[in-house]
Design a binder for this molecule. Structure first.
Ligand SMILES: [Mn+2]
Length: 429
């Protein structure tokens, strides 16, 4: 397997940190032992936990106001795959890439080869009917899968079928559909008719799914449509998954909810009714901000994982959520942000594994609200960094991914090889 980052740089950086890490790991191991937790078991689970990188995340994002390109931005999907390889080499937490069509369109066999050189696989395929591709016959300005015009809907359906075909060659097992369809003015569309047209289109896409594939529908409350959105919330999303059939599931993007919505509760409901498909992890303060996972509200991320771990430990039927990051990096090096975000997702998982669930159940049954919430806090307050770092070290990654990345001078190297991008695609989905 090929490496982008010089192994000797990583080994040198690890060597300087390993002694302290082992001491910290042993100390934490003793503390957890007193709580009846085996630290190695948690580390093993973290080692096996992966989160996919979206191909569009490795480029610098932007806002509706401007985009400020960074140095050495990927010029095409092959550069993007190389950047994804860097993230996985150093974190060992991101074994797969999620492609976006048409942005990443290229010969499927070449794509497969490029990824397998670095030992990467492909996660869910993402279709795009929220912007017009070059030379496209009909515009999506007024919608796609729910468009009033049958020809435009058919074009959008065929685009999704093409995504499935490309994904089959790549070894992907899921299609994620997010549409920008909606309205900006009251009265602009008939809610029921638009949703009926959407369902009709989605049934055709669902019918083309291979047997071992899943279809994820992603809801979003607003933007780009600002008055109404066809797939606006988890309730509508659940109806879609239920209407389509057993291979259809709901995808939860953490930024796509109304402010203050209890997302962990939505997650619980979707698990209970076997319709949780997966996640787009990111963080937000005001809206769909696409900030780095865990950067604003790490406790919420922990509470989401508290539900996921509960389902995992209870062997909830049909529970197999896909994990992916979906962020836009406007002021940081995207590779650094994505590495730290993948680690944040692992951190939420590891801390959720530390919850004393037997004690929690006892407090819940005894109506001891204070001790119940303290049980969650006790797990959340535990600094699991030594577990995460040890998992990386054991998998051949970097104890400190950002330090190793900077020591290797990767960004400066690719900046010399990749001329500055002109324009480029957006990063906000
Ligand atoms: Mn998303």
């Amino acid at each position: 397997m090929e490496h982008v980052i010089d192994k000797t740089v990583v080994e040198k950086d690890n060597a300087a940190r390993e002694g302290n890490l082992r001491r910290d790991y042993d100390t934490l191991g003793e503390q957890l032992e007193r709580r009846g937790i085996k630290i190695d078991a948690i580390r093993d689970k973290v080692q096996n936990f992966g989160v996919a990188i979206p191909s569009w995340g490795v480029g610098t994002g932007g806002t509706r106001f401007a985009r400020f390109p960074g140095a050495g931005e990927p010029r095409d999907i092959f550069d993007k795959i190389e950047d994804c390889a860097v993230i996985n080499e150093l974190t060992k937490a991101t074994p797969s890439v999620s492609l976006h069509i048409p942005w990443d369109k290229a010969d499927a066999n070449r794509l497969k080869q490029a990824a397998s050189r670095f030992g990467l696989g492909f996660d869910a395929m993402n279709s795009n009917t929220f912007s017009d591709a070059k030379d496209q016959a009909r515009s999506y300005k007024y919608g796609s899968l729910s468009h009033a015009d049958a020809g435009t809907r058919q074009q959008a359906i065929e685009h999704n079928l093409e995504c499935i075909e490309i994904g089959r060659t790549l070894g992907s097992k899921a299609l994620t559909v997010w549409i920008g369809d909606g309205s900006n003015f009251p009265g602009q569309v008939n809610f029921a008719s638009a949703f009926e047209r959407y369902l009709h289109s989605m049934r055709e896409i669902y019918a083309a799914l291979p047997d071992d594939w899943r279809l994820f529908s992603e809801h979003k409350m607003y933007e780009p449509a600002f008055y109404s959105t066809v797939v606006q919330d988890w309730g509508t999303n659940y109806i879609i998954a239920k209407e389509l059939g057993p291979k259809a599931f709901c995808l939860v993007d953490l930024g796509h909810h109304a402010p203050n919505v209890n997302i962990e509760m939505i997650v619980s409901r979707l698990i209970q009714f076997k319709k949780l498909g997966g996640f787009h992890f990111n963080d937000s303060k005001y809206g769909d901000d696409d900030l780095d996972a865990g950067s604003i509200d790490p406790y919420r991320l922990f509470l989401v994982f508290n539900e996921l771990v509960d389902a995992e430990l209870n062997h909830a039927e049909g529970f197999n959520p896909a994990h992916m990051l979906d962020q836009s990096h406007n002021v940081t090096d995207p590779i650094e942000s994505l590495m730290l975000s993948a680690v944040e997702v692992q951190r939420a998982y590891a801390t959720a594994l530390l919850v004393d669930r037997k004690a929690l159940e006892g407090f819940q049954d005894a109506n001891d609200a204070l001790m119940a919430t303290q049980t969650l806090k006790a797990a959340y307050r535990t600094d699991v960094e030594p577990i995460l770092a040890m998992a990386r070290l054991k998998s051949g990654g970097a104890i400190d991914p950002v330090a190793a990345y900077r020591a290797a001078g990767h960004r400066a190297k690719v900046a010399a090889a990749r001329p500055a991008a002109v324009g480029g695609s957006g990063g906000i989905v």
